[in-house]
Design a protein around this ligand. Structure first.
Ligand SMILES: [Zn+2]
Length: 259
């Protein structure tokens, strides 16, 4: 059965027909701006060539980390069975690769906050089950100094429209980033986990809104999952009943990246 997103009701519902679904998917896939700077736009959005290379993640996938399976192998991948994550489930819309990287870097560093509608729409589709179960949405916070330099937190730009559209309470202050961490780039999984282990905390004033709730944590990219795990630990220590993670993109094989 095909599902479409009913914007008024904020819910995914059986589609009225292929034409409707097709138009909604086009709305979702083609953003209202030209992103591909090297080629003239063929229509709104990236050139058709660039779009065909974006790898959307579909079933079958690991229920733990959201990694795509080449074929159905069970509910969880070997890496999740060997070392369960601190979060319960993670979902990503696309693979982080050459095709999606430029889009995400523009969103993150080039003031392209206009992309949040498109990218949060991708998350909504990939994390449909997680959104249905969520009582609260929390963005991964940036360190205040980094927020000052960048002027916006890309995770918050994704989380806010998701919360509004799905009528889930939005708690941007539920996590605080205290310790200034080094960049995660180039670090192994173990080094990343050490780097961010004590970086996040849940401020006392919002704990009552976390206790006993299922929290959906939002970020732009999942690599080893170290940041998401540190956030999940802080939220669970504050009493969250569960923590899921939804991102725009994930590396193809986080298990390899975390070795
Ligand atoms: Zn997994």
């Amino acid at each position: 059965m095909s599902l479409i997103h009913d914007r008024k009701r904020g819910a995914w519902e059986p589609g009225a027909g292929a034409a409707v679904l097709g138009r909604r998917l086009l709305d979702l896939v083609f953003p209202p701006h030209t992103l591909d700077r090297t080629r003239p736009a063929q229509s709104v959005g990236l050139s058709a060539d660039a779009w065909t290379r974006v790898a959307f993640i579909a079933e079958p996938l690991c229920d733990g980390c959201g990694a795509p399976f080449e074929y159905e192998t069970g509910a969880r991948c070997a890496a999740c069975l060997a070392r369960p994550h601190a979060f319960d489930r993670a979902r990503a819309a696309v693979i982080y690769d050459e095709a999606s990287r430029d889009l995400i870097l523009q969103f993150k560093h080039a003031d392209r906050t206009d992309l949040s509608r498109l990218l949060s729409g991708w998350i909504a589709r990939a994390a449909e089950d997680l959104l249905r179960d969520a009582d609260a949405i929390v963005p991964v916070p940036l360190h205040p100094a980094r927020l000052l330099a960048r002027r916006y937190n890309q995770a918050a730009e994704l989380a806010r429209p998701l919360a509004r559209r799905h009528r889930i309470s939005y708690l941007p202050g539920a996590l605080a980033r205290g310790k200034r961490t080094e960049s995660q780039a180039g670090k192994s999984g173990a080094a990343r986990r050490r780097n961010v282990a004590a970086a996040f905390s849940a401020p006392e004033r919002l704990r009552s809104r976390i206790e006993g709730r299922r929290v959906l944590l939002i970020d732009d990219v999942l690599t080893t999952g170290a940041t998401a795990e540190a956030c999940a630990r802080a939220l669970k220590a504050a009493g969250a009943a569960g923590v899921d993670v939804a991102v725009v993109a994930r590396v193809r094989d986080a298990a390899v990246a975390s070795i």
